[in-house]
Each structure stands twice: as structure tokens, then as C-alpha cells.
Design a protein around this ligand. Sequence first.
Ligand code: SF4
Ligand code: SF4
Length: 89
Amino acid sequence: MGKGKVKIKIDYTKCTQPTECRKCVNLCPEGVFMLFFTDKDFRNPTHYIVDAVLAQLCNYCKKCIEICPENAISLKVKKKYEKELYISR
Ligand code: SF4
Ligand code: SF4
């Protein structure tokens, strides 16, 4: 699961054109998301995905959920951080 307080999931059945969209990548104040290619054929836009590569930096501002036009991002606060993050938001 890795470090960090929030588990971030992207539904790739909804996020199908990340090279066109990139809203989460551009918006996240902590730089959590990255767009990268999944194999050597980097010229093919369908071979790209966004992922929460630096999820450990997430501050649970929820801006990515608000901006994602496909409703593809879900955030889940890890149990031991629930109090801390729910109180601060
Ligand atoms: S909740 Fe905020 S900090 Fe976390 S990934 Fe989304 S935009 Fe980035
Ligand atoms: S904002 Fe949503 S649809 Fe757009 S690239 Fe990010 S996860 Fe995919």
C-alpha cells in the first residue's frame, strides 16, 4: 500500500483519455499525479495512464475529485489517520 495517509484509486474504465484531460495532474497542489506511458510505444496516446505516483504527499484537499470530469478518482483515508484528516477538513 505504501506510505501516506490516503489511498488513491483511479478507475481506468472511466479515465480513458488521460493525455487529453490531465486535469488532476495539472491541478493537484502536491504533485501527486503523473502521466506516463506504459510501454515502449510512447507515440500511441492509448498507452498512457495517470497514476497517483506520489500518493504519500496527498493532503486530502479533495480538489482532484472535484475537477475530474469522469468521476474516476476515489480517495480513502487510512484508518489511523481518519481523525486527523477529517477534523482538519
Ligand atoms: S486530494 Fe488534493 S492533494 Fe490529494 S491527490 Fe487530490 S488534489 Fe492532490
Ligand atoms: S482528471 Fe480524471 S479523467 Fe482526467 S486524467 Fe485525471 S483521473 Fe483521468
